[in-house]
Design a protein around this ligand. Structure first.
Ligand code: C5P
Length: 233
């Protein structure tokens, strides 16, 4: 019998509230929070800084082998962003811009990038006890996860949330611009060949439009805690 603790996956499109919800679920369950998007952003930054030709499929694995990526716990465990150290440098602040999100979306379609990050994500989840958040954590990274959730909402609602979030952290943000980027990122993420954004067949889908994120957290905890409490997987 496996000694592994349960795995919870929370996937969905940009700006749907995954990070807030996942961090809160991790805080309540005491599980590790794995922000897979932060890893794609860090790889995007690395490839961009080194001006790597993304179409050079032979060079990419070689370049990626030089990348050292370390996830840093957020200062504020409930509402802070996960940080990343890239080859020794703390790049956390540079990752959280709409531009870096677009770069991440571009590099995330590349097979060597996905292969490397998927393997690392699985290492984090080896013993379970993890809340993994992203686009493909329930379909590709942890298809065996005990609890899978897929959050969704219209692009308009998600763009408005992102603008509010950026404003709260003291950054400038234009709604129309963010909406446009959200729609492009959705299309990239949903239509790519590798690990496209979609709910796993056994995922519980939750529409986060019109409900508070705290209510979404409540719904997820009802499912997870109910079963954990009864000792079911
Ligand atoms: O979640 P976040 O907005 O930080 O993700 C940035 C980008 O990284 C996404 O738009 C997506 O293209 C990519 N990503 C991915 N698979 C994941 C997580 C993120 O392709 N599991």
């Amino acid at each position: 019998m496996s000694e592994r603790q349960p795995i919870i996956t929370i996937d969905g499109p940009a700006g749907v509230g995954k990070s807030t919800v996942s961090r809160r679920i991790a805080a309540v369950t005491g599980f590790l929070y794995l922000d897979t998007g932060a890893m794609y952003r860090a790889v995007g930054l690395f490839l961009e800084r080194n001006r790597i030709d993304l179409s050079d499929e032979e060079a990419l694995p070689r370049v990626l082998a030089q990348l050292q990526l370390e996830l840093l716990p957020p200062g504020d465990l409930v509402d802070g962003d996960v940080g990343v150290r890239l080859n020794g440098e703390d790049v956390s602040a540079a990752l959280r811009t709409p531009e870096m999100a677009m770069v991440a979306s571009k590099v995330s379609a590349l097979a060597p990038v996905r292969a490397m990050l998927t393997a690392r994500q699985r290492q984090y989840g080896q013993k379970g006890g993890i809340v993994a958040e992203g686009r493909d954590t329930g379909t590709v990274v942890f298809p065996q996860a005990e609890y899978k959730f897929f959050l969704d909402a219209t692009a308009e609602i998600r763009a408005a949330r992102r603008v509010e979030q950026l404003h709260r952290s003291g950054k400038q943000a234009d709604y129309e611009e963010i909406l446009k980027m959200t729609v492009v990122r959705d299309r990239n993420d949903r239509e790519r060949t590798l690990a496209p954004l979609r709910p796993a067949d056994d995922a519980c889908c939750i529409d986060t439009g019109g409900v508070s994120l705290q209510e979404v957290v409540g719904k997820i905890l009802t499912v997870v805690e109910g079963r954990l409490f009864r000792g079911e997987k």
